[in-house]
Design a protein around this ligand. Structure first.
Ligand code: HEM
Length: 192
């Protein structure tokens, strides 16, 4: 009988390990308004950072090297949705599976960007680090009580690392490739 991997159990164990508890979840949820009011800023700063680095920029440009604004906009919305989902974090069946699926989308390129290979795992880690910093600065600047802001920031840091752990589990195998031209028969898939 094949074993079904217990992702919620693993997430719960890791939450225990990093010391993420209900009080942390309450702290994260108490920041919902301030985070969601600033979701556009947060996603924009993450994407500005992507576009500044050639290694990450290449995932958001077309064949001519120009930023694909439509796709970029869609990705920003996706990140904002993920942020909302993070606030609604639950140790249920669905949450870790969604995080795992998000990891797999990054590690296993769909056909329209197969030529670019995986999004390197180091940029997933780097992006979480970048988001942690942006989140801390946001809470520090926008919350009235600096001690509460620091406590909320600590809780967010733990939550983001728990997510990263599951997302990276979707990185069992990377698919590295050198940058190449998109093959003719796949070009129509580039403009979605
Ligand atoms: C903390 C790190 C990250 C988070 C939380 C995140 C979140 C997401 C989510 C939720 C999706 C939608 C997945 C789906 O369609 O089911 C997505 C898609 C995508 N992300 Fe990320 N992302 C992260 C890092 C990155 C990095 C570093 C890059 C590239 C430099 C990137 C590029 C993309 C691309 C290209 C897609 C579209 C996937 C496709 O081609 O269909 N992401 N991301």
């Amino acid at each position: 009988m094949p074993q079904v991997f217990n992702w919620p159990g693993r997430l719960r164990d890791m939450a225990d390990f990093v010391g993420f508890d209900q009080a942390d979840l309450d702290l994260v949820q108490s920041t919902a308004d301030v985070v969601l009011e600033n979701a556009d800023w947060l996603t924009a700063t993450v994407y500005d950072n992507f576009l500044e680095n050639p290694e990450t920029r290449k995932f958001f440009v077309n064949q001519k090297g120009e930023v694909d604004e439509t796709r970029l906009d869609r990705r920003k919305h996706t990140l904002a949705r993920w942020l909302r989902g993070s606030i609604g974090f639950q140790l249920d069946q669905d949450y870790p599976i969604r995080a795992l699926a998000t990891g797999i989308v990054h590690s296993h390129p769909p056909s329209h960007r197969a030529h670019l290979g995986s999004i390197p795992a180091r940029f997933m880690i780097g992006t979480m680090s970048f988001i942690q910093t942006a989140m801390s600065n946001l809470l520090k600047d926008e919350m009235d009580d600096p001690v509460e802001a620091m406590r909320a920031s600590i809780a967010w840091n733990k939550l983001l690392m728990l997510q990263l752990d599951v997302m990276l589990a979707g990185y069992m195998v990377e698919t590295p490739t050198e940058p190449t031209e998109v093959p003719e028969h796949l070009r129509h898939l580039m403009a979605d």
